[in-house]
Design a protein around this ligand. Structure first.
Ligand code: ATP
Length: 344
């Protein structure tokens, strides 16, 4: 395996006509990190990944890998492998030939190719599928074959574009664990594009939230969840109640629900996560008001509640065995550090 390398984008933009798919993005990805680019459809994630892999040349800016300028370097000359959203498998080759392709062009001996292909197929839960034709594989199987084809060459940097999108939920969770385990075991750098926030939280060391071609927020999953920087990241990653806020003194702000303790330095809005709305006072909690429940949805391990305090809509989460019925009114409290100032 090649040594892991840091990746950096410096002030990178990509225009398609007048469309700014990527807008002055600077990002540093440390070697050995699992980075997830998370954002809505059309936000520029695939274009960013394709710039990292060398399939798209940026209109402006620089790409460096391991400190070397690779802005215009061909994909094959970079220490990267890419798993494309559309798999890009060779239809006339068998499953094993597809997976082994990268090794045969690198001149690896046939017995070693066979062993490594078998190991890679086992890793994606397709042991014994090598002799099959690609045309006989289902969508989810094709996606795993594409993954095996990239993993088998053990690249220092693996770029994955929605690599689990075609899999059912069970297999998706299993493959998330597997990807995470492979990345940890080998200490490689993975850059993974998804619009699934649960997937992002489950696997990332660092999540980069992309919106309109720009970075909205960047940090560990728990930092972004509990201390989102912008309104967009507070709403896109998980749910939040967003309230207007005017700071009255350090740590306090005036909101439609009265004066609340807030965390963060400045901002004209606060975000409150559903888990931070409590129905019993806890040490240092603050009364928000009387919440009238308008919706209660059973979600298995929790119940999602919607309600109002006066005119303000609030989202909350509770143990489903203790969920109040629609129409109930009950006092609601803000958990300590539950209201976070948003800077944008
Ligand atoms: P998705 O999750 O739907 O794949 P994405 O976040 O990966 O979306 P991109 O595919 O990077 O988004 O697209 C970003 C923007 O650039 C979109 O508005 C898209 O229409 C535009 N775009 C992407 N590729 C091209 C192209 N080859 N020509 C013209 N416009 C493009």
């Amino acid at each position: 395996m090649t040594q892991p390398s840091d990746l950096a984008l410096e002030d990178v933009s990509k225009l398609f006509g007048l469309q700014r798919a990527v807008d002055q993005v600077s990002l540093r990805i440390e070697a050995g990190n699992y980075v997830v680019l998370l954002g809505p459809s059309g936000s520029g994630k695939t274009t960013l990944l394709s710039i990292l892999g060398g399939f798209t040349a940026p209109t402006a800016g620089r790409v460096t890998i391991g400190g070397a300028d690779m802005t215009l370097t061909q994909p094959a000359k970079r220490p990267t492998a890419t798993v494309f959203q559309d798999y890009a498998l060779f239809p006339h080759m068998s499953v094993a030939e597809n997976v082994g392709f990268g090794l045969s062009v690198r001149g690896v001996a046939k017995p070693e190719i066979a062993a490594r292909v078998n190991a890679a197929l086992a890793l994606v839960d397709l042991a014994g599928f090598g002799a099959r034709a690609i045309s006989a594989a289902s969508g989810g199987q094709r996606q795993r074959i594409a993954l095996a084809r990239a993993l088998v060459i053990e690249p220092a940097i693996l770029l994955l574009d929605e690599p689990l999108g075609a899999l059912d939920l069970h297999l998706r969770r299993q493959m998330q664990d597997e990807l995470r385990a492979i990345q940890r075991r080998e200490g490689r750098t993975f850059v993974h594009v998804t619009h699934d926030q649960e997937e992002a939280m489950a696997i990332a060391d660092t999540i980069v939230i992309i919106n309109n071609g720009k970075i909205e927020d960047e940090g560990s999953p728990s930092r972004i969840y509990w201390r989102p920087r912008t309104r967009f990241s507070a709403s896109f990653m998980g749910e939040s109640t967003i309230l207007s806020a005017k700071q009255t003194e350090a740590g306090m702000a005036e909101t439609p629900l009265g004066n609340l303790p807030v965390v963060g330095l400045y901002g004209a809005h606060v975000a409150i996560r559903p888990e931070s709305v409590l129905f019993e006072p806890a040490g240092n909690s603050t009364l928000l008001g009387t919440l009238s429940i308008t919706e209660a949805t059973f979600q298995g391990s929790f119940a999602r509640l919607k309600g109002r305090i006066g005119q303000t809509e609030i989202s909350a989460k509770v143990d489903p065995r203790r969920a109040p019925p629609v129409g109930a009114s009950l006092p609601a409290f803000l958990a300590p550090d539950g209201a976070v100032l948003l800077t944008e």
